[in-house]
Design a protein around this ligand. Structure first.
Ligand code: MOS
Length: 756
């Protein structure tokens, strides 16, 4: 694997201070590789008990009996928590006061709504005793017929999809535009149920002290988690202290506080001792979210010269019987390609499964594989090269909103990615290339895009008498490197070196850093940090410039710059004063300031904000056996200012690997009679391993976006998966001549395509 991102000297990569733009390794990397990093489940408190969930083996019905006595007789078992003795809650776990608060199962009913739903919790002196106790419960059920497929229930139009987006959006008249199109295609694609599968399962260590609660648990959104616990237990958020210094992945599944985590807190309440509850791997396939399956129909038409005239993207998705989250699969067609007529719509069915949740580019990943395959097929219908077709049709202005993009380097992504990949040597028809071993070789591409989102965050900056700094924000590091990238922003905002700044993150008592999700964390928390740093520096400058004894006297706030622990006059940098001297003369032990990070509503009103990219893939297909291998991939991405090129490359490559996974590997197989996940483990739920991940390169294209936020940051967490899955699928077609219609692509789809 190539490990170089070309670091150009373009302005977006010029060092902002001495830290932003540096390809630093993760600051917590050594802790992680030596095993010294303490993840939630590594905590062990005095007198702590172990809790293990018993989960439902049916997907719909009612629990009629549990052999609680047998479990309790087991040596070491202290208590069995069920519907009957679960401590009371002040809030209703089935209430839904806002669209992003999800209903959770915390033993409030004997009803079973999906397979692997928690039905009891066994609490014991040891993990073994709790595990054995849970096995002795021997649940009996009343079962009802299970609805698990996309066609198993009546469909309806969801009230909203994704993050409150309308289910149906259109402009122009699709049907008439299609009717008068010179070239047309129509295709239907199916994507499977997927599970997040973070390496670290959800885990919690909970300890009550009166009505104060201390919690070690992985969280992508600490303040949200704190608020959720506070609401359910009727205590003030300030009484709840959550530590989440390290996460072993999240992918969206740790963005909400889940039922099993709440059960750990309830178990500790019940027994009056600290309790540790760690999900077993198989428990991860039910109560902590998944990605909905989809069936997507794409219809498109172009003029005779290959200009898009009409796009229709309709997606059918699923949600649970008791809650609402709708994968916004068709949304991607609202902003990527220009067309005078665009129609996008969703319908949904309720099935007997846990509630789906945001997962690795929710909507964009699912929708872009279908859209990119359809675009490829449309290019073929027009007799055009897929790159030429995209260059002709990508949107310069967001087609439905009519807003220009705040900046857009997509054309550069196409050109530089294609150049690096060698795309110009690609024969137009499929099945033209073979390698020395006789394998069919195919090249495909896809367009990548992800909204540049910002939510709200806060940070607190401190400058101390010794000249060092502190930056505090409750940021979460899922492994993506937030602690490092945000500390780089912190150091520059304070005009200090990284080792002079204590960067505090990962606990709920720090200022709310918002969520590590939606590819928005660096932009949002980073903006709060920048603002807190700028404000504390302004305070320091005020102290100096208003003091006759300072060499900076009279320079005014606008007239100084902070660098290397000193303030310098902007007009005469030889005149400067150290932070230490300024604070000493003022007799202050420290000064502090808070800052907020948020989107700018005026900019949002005027511009569409996206990161963009282009991905190119090579696959080899065994002509006899249908086996597919990705052998090469190049992605080129424009994502605004790059805070840390090493970490960004890692994020982009990770996303591209998930794209391979979406196209060729991932799939939960659910038994339609029982509603159970048949491959609910990491051995049978396939994800790419090293041998599946070829030579890959992620290039970053210089892009300066003055509108997105003060630092010009866009997200890189999820964009890599978009475009990549489609690129692999299109390469499969170019190798084999067969258009994939369902994902992951199976061997039998290539060997015997008529059978699917
Ligand atoms: Mo993500 S799916 O925003 O963690």
């Amino acid at each position: 694997m190539t490990s170089q991102i070309p670091l150009t000297r373009d302005p977006t990569h010029v060092r902002h201070g001495s830290n932003i733009g540096q390809p630093l390794t993760r600051r917590d990397g050594v802790l992680k590789v030596t095993g010294a990093a303490r993840y939630a489940a590594d905590n062990h408190l005095p007198r702590m008990l172990h809790a293990v969930m018993a989960v439902s083996s049916i997907a719909r019905g009612r629990v009629t009996s549990l052999d609680i006595a047998a479990a309790k007789r087991h040596p070491g078992v202290v208590e069995v928590m069920t519907l009957q003795n679960r401590p009371p809650l002040a809030g209703d776990p089935d209430a839904k006061p806002n669209p992003f608060m999800f209903r959770i199962e915390v033993l409030q009913s004997d009803k079973v709504r999906y397979a692997n739903q928690p039905i009891a919790v066994v609490i014991a002196e040891t993990l073994e005793a709790a595990t054995e106790g849970a096995a002795l419960l021997a649940p009996r059920y009343e079962t009802e017929a299970v609805r698990i497929g996309l066609d198993d229930a009546e469909s309806f139009v969801p009230p909203a999809v994704g993050f409150g987006e309308p289910a149906t959006v259109q402009h122009g008249n699709f049907e008439s535009a299609l009717a008068s199109a010179a070239h047309r295609i129509e295709a239907t694609y199916e994507t499977p149920t997927q599970f997040h599968n973070a390496i670290e399962p959800h885990a919690i260590v909970a300890a009550w002290d009166g009505d104060s609660l201390s919690v070690d648990t992985p969280s992508q959104a600490l303040a949200t988690a704190q608020g959720r616990i506070a609401g359910l237990f009727g205590i003030s958020p300030g009484k709840i202290h959550i530590r989440s210094p390290f996460l072993g992945g999240g992918f969206g599944s740790k963005a909400i506080f889940s039922g099993p985590q709440m059960l750990g807190i309830l178990a500790a309440r019940l027994v009056g001792r600290p309790v540790k509850l760690v999900l077993r791997r198989e428990h991860m396939y039910g109560p902590v979210g998944h990605r909905s399956p989809s069936r997507q129909r794409l219809r498109m038409g172009t003029s005779g010269d290959g200009q898009l005239a009409a796009i229709d993207h309709h997606a059918r998705v699923t949600t649970s019987t008791f809650d609402d989250f709708y994968e916004p699969a068709a949304d991607v067609s609202r902003s990527l390609y220009a067309s005078p007529a665009i129609a996008t719509s969703h319908e949904a069915v309720r099935i007997d499964i846990g509630t789906p949740l945001f997962m690795r580019a929710p909507g964009e990943a699912t929708g872009s594989i279908a859209l990119e395959c359809a675009i490829d097929e449309m290019a073929e219908a027009c007799g055009l090269d897929p790159l030429a077709f995209r260059l002709k049709n990508y949107a310069d202005v967001e087609p439905i909103s009519g807003k220009p993009f705040s900046s857009k380097a997509l054309r550069e992504c196409y050109m530089q990615g294609a150049e690096r990949f060698g795309w110009s040597k690609r024969p137009l028809p499929p099945r033209q290339m073979r390698d020395d071993d006789g394998f069919l070789v195919g090249w495909g591409m896809g367009t990548a895009a992800f909204p540049a989102l910002m939510f709200a965050a806060e940070a607190r900056a401190v400058l101390k008498a010794d000249g060092s700094g502190v930056m505090e924000t409750g940021a979460e590091d899922m492994g993506q490197g937030a602690r490092t990238a945000l500390a780089q922003i912190a150091a520059d905002s304070l005009g200090l070196d990284l080792d002079q700044v204590e960067f505090k993150a990962g606990t709920s008592d720090l200022p709310n850093a918002g969520a590590a999700g939606f590819s928005s964390h660096t932009a949002t928390a980073g903006d709060a940090i920048r603002s807190a740093g700028a404000t504390v520096i302004a305070k320091l400058a005020e102290l100096a410039t208003s003091d006759k004894r300072s060499p900076l006297f009279g320079a005014g706030n606008a007239g100084v710059v902070a660098r290397d622990g000193r303030l310098h006059r902007r007009d005469d940098e030889s005149r400067s004063e150290s932070y230490v001297d300024i604070l000493k003369r003022a007799g202050l032990a420290e000064i502090e300031a808070r800052g907020k990070g948020a989107r700018d509503p005026a900019e949002q009103a005027n511009y569409a904000m996206h990161a963009h990219g282009a991905v190119f893939a090579e696959v080899k297909v065994d002509p006899d056996l249908g086996q597919i291998r990705v052998t090469r991939m190049v992605g080129a991405f424009a994502a605004g200012r790059i805070i840390n090129p090493r970490l960004v490359q890692s994020q982009l490559l990770g996303g591209m690997i998930w794209g391979i996974s979406f196209a060729l590997h991932e799939q939960a197989i659910i038994d339609h009679r029982s509603g159970r996940v048949l491959n609910g483990n990491l051995a049978e739920y396939h994800v790419p391993v090293n041998v599946d991940v070829p030579h890959m390169e992620a290039l970053t294209i210089d892009e300066y976006d003055p509108h997105v936020n003060a630092l010009g940051i866009k997200g890189v967490g999820e964009i890599g998966i978009t475009g990549s899955a489609g690129a692999v699928a299109n390469a499969v077609w170019h190798a084999s001549g067969i258009r994939p219609r369902r994902f992951p692509v199976r061997i039998e789809d290539l060997v015997n395509p008529a059978s699917n």
